[in-house]
Design a protein around this ligand. Structure first.
Ligand code: TYC
Length: 103
């Protein structure tokens, strides 16, 4: 096409949309054995929470059965959930963190 020609054809090609990577939730589950202080400590250490936020999330899991701790990329969610669960295991507690895709 020369410089002075106008292209009147509608553009048919659409750019392929890049899919956003799926986000994952890290969920903390209540149990009857892990001490409250220990749960708060793990939340502070692994998820960089303040004492207040850690305590509030621990109490939410304690009262409701579970609490969403973090929403992030799959690999980060899985690494953090394992790290936090392993800290409980090493100390002899059944503390449980799991991951789940966000809808
Ligand atoms: N329910 C535990 C107790 O009373 C404390 C606890 C809270 C444990 C939250 C796990 O995710 C949890 N000692």
């Amino acid at each position: 096409m020369s410089d002075n020609e106008t292209n009147l054809k509608p553009k048919l090609k659409t750019k392929p949309k890049l899919e956003r990577p799926k986000l994952y939730k890290v969920i903390l589950f209540n149990d009857d054995y892990t001490p409250r202080d220990f749960v708060t400590l793990v939340l502070k250490a692994v998820f960089h929470m303040s004492e207040e936020t850690g305590y509030r999330m621990m109490m939410t899991a304690h009262k409701l059965g579970s609490c969403v701790i973090l929403v992030c990329a799959k690999d980060i969610a899985e690494t953090k959930a394992k790290e936090a669960t392993d800290l409980g295991k090493e100390a002899g507690f059944p503390l449980m963190f799991a991951t789940e895709p966000e809808e």
